[in-house]
Design a protein around this ligand. Structure first.
Ligand SMILES: O=C(O)C1=C[C@@H](OP(=O)(O)O)[C@@H](O)[C@H](O)C1
Ligand SMILES: C=C(OP(=O)(O)O)C(=O)O
Length: 462
């Protein structure tokens, strides 16, 4: 029986709270995969525990890696990862995780036998063609153009051309394993612009931190030299994209939200919230990190390099990985939200929160550059327009985004479409609109299983 809809709490006063966020999904799933491909045992600290991260851990185990949790706190889990020979015969569940369905197949193509992939019903609709064609061009055999499929190596690598306008994950997926291909890889993108450039930058920086030679000097071309991927000891940054609904609460209620341990330098898309929320009327300041328990990366023992095969990054701080330079991010709203005209191509995963704020704004908004969101957890452009309009709003889909005009909203059901960020967008609207019930709030477990507790605690903070 489906769980009852979640009555989204309405704020009765400005919220003032400190919200500590668990680790980044994007960093966690890259770090685990790189650790499983490395030249020795390594450690991933403060990794996210969520459905997507658990699916990645299970996939890597199925392919022969050993993952042992050596410690777990509210901030995340510390994984000791020991690579093994890459095993065929595995069956991988990608769930609805883009990072599993696009990042793991290139590794599976190095296995000693066929590997089967499937996922949630909607996962079968998410675009896979360009990365599967690329893997074919590099030597693998694959029996379908979307999930479910079986991939059979060997794969030698080499040069490949693909259209990555549908998802940056096609490029990141190939890059992450490429150093283990006999010939490395040269990827050339041809087509409309590749979205989510910061996520590709995150991939490149994490590879370089593991000693891999990556040349991204030519636009839309990436070259990875074959060679070892160094085992490391690294710490995952907090998930800045998951900060979005909490920071939005400051704008909606005219309150103040503080996020501890916000990295000063990062490749996470969520860092763009600083500019976007300022444009929508927030005041943002940074103050020395005082509110958080000391972050492991801030302690001297954070980067032990004593184990054989373990390497610390020379600066200890490649983008995406927690380092010593963090501050508290303090966001204060005035209670009045200004509409925005923004190209979100590089930070598409922030769209549901920005659209929720736009639906509560006093002036119109236009969101551009995000046609690729039709291939996300759901068609997010259609879903956002439908759900905002269901509550009485005025949202219109365009070819590449949304136009949202001010109109008073009323209560009703806000459907999540099994999309974690739709569910949290419903929660944001519910802060201002009494009677909003979010269908399937549990889908937030994709990247933030503690969402409801954290939201309630935020509202309960005196
Ligand atoms: O590489 C990653 O970790 C991600 C890349 C982006 O994908 P798209 O380029 O498909 O939008 C982003 O939206 C997704 O949430 C995570
Ligand atoms: C698009 C997203 O996820 P995925 O990694 O499944 O593509 C997202 O988290 O917004």
């Amino acid at each position: 029986m489906p769980a009852p809809h979640w009555p989204a709490p309405t704020a009765t006063a400005p919220v003032t709270a400190t919200v500590a966020l668990p680790g980044s999904k994007s960093v966690t799933n890259r770090a685990l995969l790189l650790a499983a491909l490395a030249d020795g045992p390594g450690t991933v600290r403060r990794a996210l525990r969520s459905r997507d991260a658990d699916l990645m851990a299970s996939a890597l185990r199925a392919l022969g890696a050993t993952l042992v949790a050596t410690g777990e706190t509210a901030a995340g889990v510390d994984w000791r990862v020991t690579p093994g020979p890459i095993r065929g015969g595995a069956s991988i569940d990608a769930g609805l995780a883009g990072t599993v369905m696009r990042f793991v197949p290139p590794m599976a193509a190095l296995a000693d036998g066929p590997v089967f992939f499937d996922g949630d019903p909607h996962a079968r609709k998410r675009p896979m063609g360009p990365i599967l064609d690329a893997l074919r061009a590099l030597g693998a055999r694959i029996d379908n153009d979307a999930l479910p499929f079986t991939i059979t190596g060997p794969l030698t690598g080499g040069e490949v051309t693909l259209d990555a306008s549908g998802s940056s994950q096609f490029v990141s997926g190939l890059l992450l394993t490429a150093a283990r291909f006999e010939k490395g890889v040269t990827i050339r993108h041809v087509g409309p612009p590749v979205p989510s450039q910061p996520h590709i930058e995150m991939t490149v920086q994490m590879l370089r931190a593991a000693g891999v030679t990556v040349d991204d000097g030519e636009r839309d071309v990436w070259r990875v030299q074959p060679g070892p991927i160094a085992a490391r000891d690294m710490t995952v940054e907090p998930d800045l994209s998951n900060a979005a609904p909490f920071l939005a609460a400051a704008l909606v209620t005219g309150g103040t939200i503080t996020i501890p341990s916000w990295p000063v330098h990062t490749t996470q898309a969520g860092d763009a919230l600083r500019g976007l929320l300022t444009a929508m009327g927030a005041t943002i300041t940074r103050s020395p990190s005082t509110t958080d328990a000391p972050h492991p990366a801030n302690r001297p023992e954070a980067h032990p390099t004593g184990q054989p095969g373990a390497h610390a990054h020379p600066t200890g701080r490649p983008g995406g990985e927690a380092g010593p330079d963090t501050t508290d991010l303090v966001v204060t709203g005035s209670g009045v939200i200004t509409g925005i005209d923004a190209d979100l191509r590089d930070v598409g995963e922030l769209t549901p929160t920005i659209a929720a704020l736009a639906a509560l704004a006093t002036t119109p908004s236009r969101i551009r550059g995000v046609s690729h969101l039709r291939g996300h957890e759901t068609d997010r452009l259609a879903a956002l327009a439908t759900e905002i309009n269901r509550l009485g709003g005025d949202a219109e889909e365009t070819d590449d985004g949304l136009i949202i005009r001010p109109r008073p909203l009323h209560g009703g059901t806000f459907h999540s479409y099994d999309d974690h960020r739709m569910a949290t967008a419903g929660a944001v609207i519910g802060l201002a609109v009494p009677g909003v019930a979010v269908e399937n709030i549990a889908t937030t477990a994709k990247t933030l299983p503690e969402f409801v507790q954290m939201w309630t605690a935020m509202l309960d903070t005196p």
